[in-house]
Design a protein around this ligand. Sequence first.
Ligand code: TRP
Length: 459
Amino acid sequence: MKQKRSSFTGKIGFVLAAAGSAVGLGNIWRFPYLAAKYGGGIFLLVYIILAVTFGFALMCAEIALGRRTGKSAIAAFGYLNKKWSFVGWLVALVPVLILPYYSVIGGWITKYISVYLTGNGTAAAGEGFFADFTATTGEPIVWFLIFIGLTALVLLFDVSKGVEQVSKIMMPILILLTVGIAVYIVLLPGAYEGVKYYLMPDFSNFTIATVVAAMGQLFYSMSLAMGIMITYGSYMKKDISIEKSVRQIEVFDTGIAFLAGLMVIPAVFAFGEGGEASLGKGPGLMFVTLPKVFDSFKGGHIIGVAFFIMVFFAALTSSISLMETVISIVRDKTGLGRKSACGIVFAGSVIIGLPSALGFSIWDGIKPLGMDILTFFDFISNSVVMPIVAILTCIFIGYIVRPKQMINEIEAQGATFNQKKLFSVMIKYIAPVFIVLIFIFSLCEAFNIETLFGIQILK
Ligand code: TRP
């Protein structure tokens, strides 16, 4: 069935749509806890360097690949070279792995909305509230089902456009709110230590693990190495500058992550027991610290509800686009109708997501590679499958189709491409070698191999 591909209207349409997919829990929930855990300022520095080099090259490559072929990720590789269609399959695996645990965290957000709405904001600020909540067996599952159920309903009734409209209004408010909260926190007594930790790179905190985590975060946050940007590129009009769009998406995405870090990390120092002890808290960091902030001033609980509602919408648009990706894969491969495909994806995601939801309660003894189950899924997708996809994408573009073809695409209709050199060199040499290296290191980290060829990997 040949359908004409619809395209984004206007210049800003593309950037907004791509940024909408990029901005989500990755920026608000994931970035701050990784930055806290992996050395603060040094993590931020490494992340920014990676974003303007790797992130830039990869995102340009993916969007150009999509626009050039006019195909979604699954088909784009095979379209240019039959032998490479397997990459399409690997790409398809990523959202299948991410959607379930993403929805578990979406469930936590939903739970916190209800906590504030029922007037329990003070309780949420109490020590151990988050740990107690995730340690109950049933509750995280119920919230997970609510969140993923909502996502499925939106897709079933085809109202995702409506949700997008709503979140377009929410997004600027979320940014303002985040700025406001960050300013408030930074001015609190004790917060200065945290600001220093976050903004001043301390090179003694640098480990290979910092780079590994920053790289995984880059893929995750920018929705790279999973075909999303290829699909977006296939909808992009030829007269829009890919380079400029990528720069804008990058600044936007990194800016929001930066602000979220400025909100969460100094709060750890201002409110956390013993400050730095909380830095390694992991996935729960935001849920542990922010309620304390919201409980510390008059009207804070109202800000709390508002904040979690905005984050809820940012998360929902992301989960919708993740689920839609999986549904379209299922439909392409099985020819099923929209509703049945939606049902199958929903059921499958519930099954894959349950272990992540249970990993903090009855299954907290199960620690694959020493991680809780949710972190394990996060690790497999971001630190294993995505790097592999990224390496293959670089090799594919660098040596099979050649960067020239992508550069031509980016320069279509007289558009300029200032960083062509950077692009080619990144894609052909630096990115693949570097990603292979850090991929090896990340496996070492996971398997607790402390030194490799005499290089100290873990601290
Ligand atoms: N980038 C999103 C975030 O920061 C998460 C994400 C990864 C995503 N892959 C995606 C969202 C695909 C939508 C579609 O939260």
